[in-house]
Design a binder for this molecule. Structure first.
Ligand code: FMN
Length: 277
């Protein structure tokens, strides 16, 4: 089978999914000598119009794992925005050393429903957005070699393909169970849905946080009596915290901090990348 274009398509608040998806797509573009395109739908402005592909396209489609699934605020956006029109696709998830649970199978199913044909899939370990104590610095060199080998294998698979196969078999449970329930250090459910970040007075009001928030929820003061605030939802993605030049943003919600401590205590062993071909 011949494809003409490869597209790296991703939602990636802290950059790890972007790194993995781009590495795969660039490697396939290199070995197959095809045109490379990129579509980053992390920011609300890039989720305003639908995106269609065609049977000449291969789409490497990535999201992070949130609570064991595709991020729940982004799932409807994926369903609404992307149409395959028989494009080939490779669902990719990145996860922070705990587990990807049912995120990959969920992403595969959404892509299939939207008219893509999934021909491979991968779940790759990446430093956890909540803490650098989990999978610190990953994907590292060994991971990147695995990722490039996977890309070459996808390329070979497409070359050999005579007909479109059924959806790629990936690990996961169907029907897809509910989201992973975060726990605290005491083993009890940690409820932090409503937690929002705060700022230290070292904040310079540069506006970076507002520009990088994937749900457009951060407001800067527009008059002296006003103050920095999060309006509406916070998906805890950590984009504002990681990209604040003054390191002024933080969470102090006790349940959220207890969950992070629990993860650090229980999920420090190196998790494995998994690929499906
Ligand atoms: C809200 C939230 C929930 C997460 N849930 C999980 C999870 O269930 N399992 C896991 O291993 N990692 C989890 N992670 C870690 C991310 O999947 C991981 O850090 C991912 O690579 C981040 O991608 P990005 O850099 O593209 O934003 C979670 C991260 C966030 C922000």
């Amino acid at each position: 089978m011949k494809i003409c274009n490869i597209h790296a398509v991703y939602f990636s608040p802290t950059g790890k999914t972007k790194e993995v998806v781009k590495t795969i797509a660039r490697e396939i573009a290199r070995v197959s000598d095809i045109q490379y395109y990129e579509y980053d739908f992390t920011l609300p402005d890039n989720r305003d119009k639908p995106v269609s592909f065609s049977e000449d396209d291969l789409v490497i489609f990535g999201t992070p794992v949130y609570a064991g699934r595709v991020p729940n605020k982004i799932l409807p956006e994926i369903q609404r925005l992307f149409t395959g029109n028989n494009a080939l696709a490779v669902p990719i998830v990145t996860f922070g050393n705990r587990s990807y649970d049912n995120a990959l199978i969920e992403l595969r199913n959404v892509l299939e429903t939207n008219g893509f044909h999934t021909i491979a899939g991968g779940a790759f370990v990446a430093e956890h957005s909540f803490t650098d104590k989990l999978a610190k610095g990953r994907p590292r060199d060994g991971d990147l070699s695995t990722i490039r080998c996977f890309a070459s294998a996808v390329s070979r698979k497409i070359e050999k393909m005579k007909t479109i196969p059924g959806p790629i078999a990936v690990r996961g449970t169907e029907p897809i169970p509910t989201y992973y329930q975060p726990l605290g250090r005491d083993g009890k459910p940690a409820v932090f849905l409503k937690a929002k970040p705060k700022v230290h007075d070292t904040c310079t009001l540069c506006g970076t946080c507002a520009r990088v928030c994937p749900v457009g929820s951060i407001r800067l003061p527009d008059q002296e009596t006003d103050h920095w605030r999060v309006e509406g939802i916070c998906i805890k993605c950590q984009a504002c915290i990681k990209q604040c030049p003054a390191h002024a943003i933080y969470f102090d919600d006790p349940a959220f901090l207890s969950h992070i401590a629990m993860l650090e205590e229980n999920y420090s062993r190196p998790a494995e990348n998994e690929v499906f071909l």
